[in-house]
Design a protein around this ligand. Sequence first.
Ligand code: SF4
Length: 248
Amino acid sequence: MAAKKQAAPKKVVSAKKQALSKKAKFDAHAQTTEVARRLAIGYPEVICELDHKNAYELLSATILSAQCTDVRVNMVTPALFVRYPDPWALAAADPVELETIIRSTGFYQSKARNLMGMAQNLVERFGGEVPSELSDLVTLPGVGRKTGNVVRSVIFDLPGLPVDTHVGRLSRRLGLTKLEDPVKVELELNNYLPGSEWGSFSLRLILHGRRVCDARKPQCTICELADICPSAGLPVIGPTTKRPAKKK
Ligand code: SF4
């Protein structure tokens, strides 16, 4: 009996090899550099969308922006800064009055505590000035690395890469990182760009997340990153998307 002709495994192996070498060739550093280059063209002006006139105002507005939109914060801060124009005034605020002013930003009781605690610390420990060192900023109530990096980069023009939900989400979609923890994402991205670009890169990613790469409906067809984005055209899977039921 003639031996059965076996299918040549050649094609399967080479396809596998190709996939592996493609994976190995993906370079997150080069990808970040290219994304940063294109975003700088797409968004030549770097804009912080929280209205402010000085470091104290930006720090206060950023504390208020937790779990709240910048648009809402910008509706609240004019009255806030008229009533409390500097850290001394805010440090001595009546908590109930302060809570009433910031109520619409949500979590107003803890935000009021943080704002007053931040202002008291500025007055008592920093002569009423906002410090520029991240190690000092993160000791202030309500201030984590994200807020500290916003102040560092926007006000002091110092290296600081704030990772908010947009920056984390887009970094993962674009293949810049696989990490979820914002601090780990920040430290990974820091490796890929010069310090002078950290702040502007973060602000541009935020703008792109708001204008094009929406969390639920990314507009891949008009996105200038589509040809290099590993998520282009893929269905969005996230907490807002129901996964198909598992087959039993
Ligand atoms: S191609 Fe789509 S998923 Fe990728 S960054 Fe652009 S909008 Fe977002």
